[in-house]
Design a protein around this ligand. Structure first.
Ligand code: SF4
Ligand code: SF4
Length: 433
């Protein structure tokens, strides 16, 4: 449990940040939860009002405050549209750390976050075993999407349709790699991320193919860990800091020019969340975190902004496959990356990009939010599925494996025959064999 002095300091910092909110309510219009529930307590303004009395409320009803605070996708739609620039996500993450520090974590969360996730080699083993035996508990659900559902009624899966774990995770296929910079003169560190490693290894393969094709050198260290977002969003600073330290050791900042990921959530976490949660702990780690986070880029952003690609728009043929693109919150709202994936997609022959209405409306996954509030997560996801269906597209692309998980579930449950792919996979295929 964090010391009372630390908690009091964090509460004071929060109070300083929260006075910026002028209670205008403009966050209501963009909050995907508020759109479903219409509850003021679910929108940023309502949560900030709750937190204003945090120091008193926390001692009176810590469980109630925690429950209300955790009803949030951390999508950042409110922050991106706030006229006063309230740092809503920084406030929510710090508040969760304060509450978890005061109340402690549940035994289940402690086991998952500190016992499994924060021990990367053990996490790899657990998921490798789960992949081997997953067919005993699941059966195919949707052939086009490649999803499975529970064979028996289990509380773990419920009625979810899941994309199964890869039988061979990416780290088993290619544990490590170091190649020199080619004609680009640039070498990138490649941060794979848990979801790409364990569920979507084809995205990692596609990323490497694109980097190789553009003559970019790669530094891929073995034994990479999770970026830490599940721990940070649960307020578990112990597991979060352990994961950050581990990754800092795996990626010595002077070995490469840019740290690249194909996961919008990992990029946003390393670039935005790491510095926020390390900034005020006064440890020597702060400087290392700052240097690595400043070097971190999303793959699409890297190709266009840093490598300087000028993809030429292809003229779609009459038989071009209709493809639509979903903007991950962690890419568009957090990092301002939305043109780059579209420019790459438009350069691919054989497809035509069809925009959906509200392409940046949150998919509703919210990481661990969907585990605790599956009904609410599904309601947000169904709205998004309808937007995809209205385009008539045969392929849904996006830039975040977390969104891909949600789309697999929602499209599969709706019986849709729509493939879900990462934009970099489509671009990689356009580069030939
Ligand atoms: S968080 Fe921003 S948008 Fe929401 S009420 Fe406060 S000032 Fe307005
Ligand atoms: S982060 Fe998203 S879900 Fe949470 S309050 Fe803001 S808009 Fe609503």
């Amino acid at each position: 449990m964090a010391g009372m002095k630390d908690l009091a300091r964090l509460v004071r910092e929060l109070e300083d940040q929260m006075v910026v909110c002028m209670r205008c309510g403009m966050c209501q219009a963009v909050c995907p939860l508020y759109a479903e529930t219409g509850r003021e307590a679910d929108v940023a303004r309502g949560k900030l009002a709750l937190l204003e009395g945090l120091s008193k409320e926390m001692f009176r009803d810590p469980k109630g405050v925690s429950e209300r605070l955790n009803r949030c996708l951390l999508c950042g739609s409110c922050a991106a549209n706030c006229p006063s620039g309230v740092k809503v996500l920084d406030i929510f993450l710090k508040a969760r750390a304060i509450l978890a520090g005061y109340m402690g974590l549940s035994p289940v969360k402690k086991l998952i976050l500190r016992g499994i996730l924060a021990n990367p080699a053990f996490f790899d083993k657990v998921t490798e075993w789960a992949a081997r035996f997953q067919d005993l508990f699941t059966e195919p659900a949707n052939e086009v999407l490649g999803t499975s559902c529970a064979r028996f009624t289990t509380p773990l899966l419920g009625d979810r349709h899941i994309k199964p774990l890869a039988l061979k995770p990416f780290h088993a296929e290619l544990p490590a790699l170091e190649t020199p910079p080619g004609t680009s003169g640039i070498k990138v560190g490649f941060f794979v991320g848990c979801l790409i490693d364990k569920i979507f290894p084809s995205v990692a393969r596609a990323t490497l193919k694109v980097l190789r094709s553009h003559e970019v050198g790669v530094y891929l260290p073995d034994n990479q860990a999770c970026c830490g977002i599940p721990a940070a969003s649960s307020g578990d600073m112990t597991a979060f800091k352990k994961l950050v330290r581990h990754n800092l050791d795996r990626f010595p900042v002077d070995r490469f020019d840019v740290l690249v990921t194909s996961c919008a959530t990992c990029t946003s976490t390393i670039r935005k969340v790491w510095p926020v949660l390390f900034s005020d702990d006064g440890s020597p780690m702060g400087e290392r975190v700052r240097r690595l986070s400043e070097k971190t880029m999303d793959i699409h952003e890297f190709l266009i902004r840093r490598l300087g690609l000028h993809p030429v728009e292809a003229v779609p043929s009459s038989d071009a496959v209709a493809v639509t693109y979903h903007d991950p919150c962690h890419l568009k709202k957090s990092l301002g990356v939305f043109e780059e994936p579209r420019r790459l997609l438009k350069s691919c022959s054989g497809i035509r990009l069809v925009e959906m209405a509200q392409s940046d409306w949150c998919c509703g996954l919210g990481g661990s939010f969907s585990l605790e509030h599956y009904d609410l997560s599904s309601r947000v996801g169904r709205r998004k599925r309808d937007m995809v269906a209205a385009t008539g597209a045969h392929i849904l692309t996006t830039g975040c494996p977390a969104c891909m998980i949600q789309f697999h579930d929602r499209l599969s449950q709706a019986g849709d025959a729509v493939q879900v792919r990462h934009a970099i996979e489509i671009y990689a295929e356009s580069l030939g064999p």
